[in-house]
Design a protein around this ligand. Structure first.
Ligand code: SF4
Length: 94
């Protein structure tokens, strides 16, 4: 496994259900964009990175399956299914 364990949805599915990877996940190989916070990162850098991740979600053909799956997780963080998620936020990308 490498990168964002190939994709956000792949990561989610492997953690939650052990199903095989879902085709079409736009985050494949772009894990670094989707993490909640990276060590030493400024708020501005985080927002820029998450904006790039959200743009990928907007074009992702797996977004419906991704959203359904991540909604099953108790505390998702970072960018998932076109939203920035965390303990105190759930911000849809507009
Ligand atoms: S919707 Fe976003 S987080 Fe979900 S699989 Fe697609 S690119 Fe990854």
């Amino acid at each position: 496994m490498s990168g964002r364990i190939n994709s956000g949805l792949d990561r989610l599915i492997r953690a939650a259900t052990a199903l095989p990877p879902v085709a079409g996940a736009a985050c494949t190989g772009r894990a670094e964009l989707f993490d909640d916070h990276r060590h030493g990162e400024t708020d501005h850098d985080q927002q820029t990175r998450h904006s790039a991740a959200l743009d990928l979600c907007d074009r992702c053909e797996a977004i419906t399956a991704c959203r359904a799956a991540v909604d099953q997780l108790p505390n998702p963080t970072g960018v998932w299914a076109g939203e920035v998620r965390g303990p105190r936020r759930r911000t849809p990308h507009v």
